[in-house]
Design a protein around this ligand. Sequence first.
Ligand code: EPU
Length: 436
Amino acid sequence: MERYGYVINGGTPLKGEVVISGAKNAAVAMIPAALLVDGVCRIENMPHISDTDMLLTIVSELGAKVRFVNRSTVDIDCTHVSFRDTPFDLMRKIRASYYLIGAMLGRFGVSKTTMPGGCNFGERPIDQHIKGMEALGADVSIQHGFVYASARDGKMHGSKVYLDKVSVGATINIILAAVLASGRTIIENAAREPHIVDLANFLNSMGADVRGAGTDTIKIYGVEKLHGGTYAVIPDQIEAGTYMVAAAATGGEVLIKNVIPKHLECISDKLRETGTIVQKYEDAVLVKGASNLHKTNVKTMPYPGFPTDMQPQMAVLLTMASGTSVITEGIYDNRFKYAQELLKMGADIHVEGKVCIISGVKTLTGAPVMACDLRAGAAMVIAGLCAEGETVIEDVHYIERGYEDFVGKLKRLGADISAVWFPDRDDAPARITIAG
Ligand code: EPU
């Protein structure tokens, strides 16, 4: 089987401008949310990534009419969807397929889905999702890898749910199940991430009544039906943060456009601690790399804390900062798998449980490495951009789940990066570069 990867020749500071795409983790909630809408949802600023492609295919297979109006605007018409099994092979591949549970319960009072896929950071249970669905009147069971859920009397009913753990996915799933339920639902200890606010705004623009998104108490007053409308997804906080770190790590100067600077505050503050200059504009940030990076410590936390999805990228930057930095992972059990790849590039990095200790080195050196997951893959790209010589990254399909046109955007910033196929046959050329 042919292998697909990126080849990077490092050492060029990134320079220029980059435009950020729509937020993955908002878009992957809005596509299933369209199932609740009676009419056409026009979603603008939809990122072109494989996770959204898969979800659009999933809702199409449930009977939705999906039509791209242009590259980043899609119409989803769920008027004539009816209950049927979800395409399990696709559902298993992505995390956000769990939103089909809430959306289908809301629309049909019943759902059958697979356990979700997604990046492997250790155990990722869905017990809080199930707790929420049960509180709203569904019976839920997991058997043979499938999640079966059905509303006890055919319809969901508003209720109070306290989340034992702050969970983005459970907060969104309960909102989806509650929007068309009878009565009022209250979610306490809700997650506060920007994409939760965005989903609530999306639903409210189509006639829902969701209040308090962005705080830890969300109230959803059930409505009879939702109507079609047009909504633009917010810019991706993590894509923007990734380019910010790439600019800082390569010692470059990049204007990152189409962002909400408020969502980038904790990333900007951390970068400033390393000596990086970050200037804020109305809908852009300018990042100027420092000639000498300083150490800093990072602890990941739910929003507005430092995002776990920026932890691997930040770790790469700190491998080149003078002194010893400590990263503490506060969300997942096992999100440091990429450390073994950075060791191959000469980093001084050591993991103990949920803590990673990094002593800065002068330079990284290019090496063949793997993208262990989506953000770890982006981190390896940043490492490759900084390293002396050539870095070859395999398993980059993980990266393409969440970064639109990563190679193209980096090339336009001056990076020497190409997407290539590595044929396995002995008589074939060593690499085939993919045009574009
Ligand atoms: N958790 C439970 N039980 C649950 C749900 C979560 O114990 O029922 C735990 C998880 O194991 C984890 C913590 O709670 O330790 C937080 O998990 P959360 O539910 O918030 O994460 P998620 O919904 O599975 C989303 C994003 C992730 C991002 C996290 C945290 C999507 C599709 N995924 O995952 O995004 O890391 O929130 O912000 O929105 C990424 O984009 O690279 C990515 C992994």
